[in-house]
Each structure stands twice: as structure tokens, then as C-alpha cells.
Design a binder for this molecule. Structure first.
Ligand code: URA
Length: 205
């Protein structure tokens, strides 16, 4: 079911929102992450791009989509005529969830409770930016925004309904393009991702 916005929405001054997100202790993810990573971009962006959660580099730098997935997004978005700097880029979950394996920190998918807790912040970002279109990249973003976290491959390219009846264009997560070992599947997924970015560019043009 669609996750309802929280009635007691965050109502502080706009400029305080990133700081409030950084101070968040609403779920246990803050105990291990370096810092929460708020969204970034123009406060009046037409397009909001929502990923899953910060990765290793985002956790260390405090900025969204600066690692390999972000670089993949940036270059394919530019090819599709989407300027990342004109979009508000954020995540469904603001803290990095991982398990330590030696010196490496291995990404863990956020669970439903973590996604629900963090929707509070995503709602606050949506209320502030009031985008015309939200691009949900991957199952976690889709689950947070539409209440449906089921298979993305069969939903991508579709526009679903998100918070405040905003259109949510479902697409793959750029990490999927980086992780997929099979070259043919990777090429197919990359073409689909490109197509969805082109759709997004067309909607906000
Ligand atoms: N993956 C995400 O979903 N978000 C980021 O910020 C980085 C990687």
C-alpha cells in the first residue's frame, strides 16, 4: 500500500533541513554510519532523483551520488540531456547501511522499517523542492515513494503515483548496471536506463 505522509511533517526553516537530517537518530543506522547524507541541488528543481542510500564514498564525503554509481548516473544523464546540477539528488535512506568485512564495508539493502523511518526526511525534501517529476532509481526508492518494492525490471519506464500524487518514473539503479556480470544483460539494462533518463528529460523540458 502507498505509505502515507506523516501528519506531523518536519516544518523547520528550509535552510535548516540538511542540518536536521545530519543530526538524525530516528533509526539505528546512525550508530555505525559516518554521517547522514542529505539531498543536494536547487531548492526549486523540476526533477528530483531518488536513489537507495549513500554508499561508502557518499558516507565519507557527506554528499549523494559521488561514487561509481553517481559517476555512471552523471554520464548517462548528460548523454540523455539531463543536467545533474539542475536536479535535486537524494536518497530514500540517508545513512549508509553496511557490514564490515575486514577493512571493507559491504553495502546492505535497507529494510522496510528503515525505509519508513527515513520517509519523514524524504517527505520534507519533497515538500521543500516541490518537483514536477521524481525519478526513482531502484527498488528501495520505488518502495519508499510508491509503497511497492516489487521487481523493478518489469516496472521500469512506467510512471507511478507518489507522495502528493506526484508522478514517479521508475527506473533501474545505476549500481545494477555496474554490478551485472553478464555483458548482454548489462548492455540491455544500460539501454533501458538511458531510455528512462531520456523520458525524464522529455517530461521536464
Ligand atoms: N547509491 C545510492 O543509491 N545513492 C548514493 O548516493 C550512492 C550510491
Amino acid at each position: 500500500a502507498q505509505l502515507a505522509s506523516c501528519a506531523s511533517a518536519w516544518d523547520g526553516p528550509a535552510e535548516d533541513l540538511p542540518r536536521a537530517i545530519r543530526a538524525c537518530t530516528r533509526c539505528a543506522l546512525h550508530c555505525h554510519a559516518t554521517q547522514a547524507v542529505p539531498g543536494e541541488g536547487p531548492a526549486d528543481a523540476d526533477l528530483m532523483v531518488v536513489g537507495e542510500q549513500p554508499g561508502d564514498l557518499e558516507d565519507l564525503s557527506g554528499r549523494p551520488f559521488v561514487g561509481p554509481a553517481g559517476q555512471m548516473f552523471d554520464s548517462l544523464a548528460a548523454e540523455a540531456g539531463l543536467d545533474r546540477d539542475a536536479a535535486f539528488v537524494t536518497n530514500a535512506v540517508k545513512h549508509f547501511k553496511f557490514v564490515a568485512r575486514g577493512k571493507r564495508r559491504i553495502h546492505q539493502r535497507p529494510n522496510t522499517s528503515e525505509i519508513h523511518h527515513c520517509r519523514w526526511w524524504l517527505d520534507a525534501e519533497i515538500a521543500q523542492v516541490r518537483p514536477r517529476l521524481i525519478l526513482a532509481m531502484g527498488a528501495t526508492a520505488a518502495q519508499s515513494l510508491t509503497g511497492n518494492g516489487t521487481a523493478i525490471l518489469s516496472r521500469r519506464g512506467r510512471i507511478e503515483t507518489g507522495p502528493n500524487d506526484l508522478p514517479v518514473l521508475i527506473t533501474l539503479h545505476p549500481s545494477y548496471l555496474l554490478r551485472t556480470p553478464d555483458a548482454a544483460e548489462r548492455a540491455r539494462a544500460t539501454a533501458q536506463f538511458r531510455q528512462d533518463l531520456t523520458t525524464a528529460a522529455g517530461i521536464i523540458a
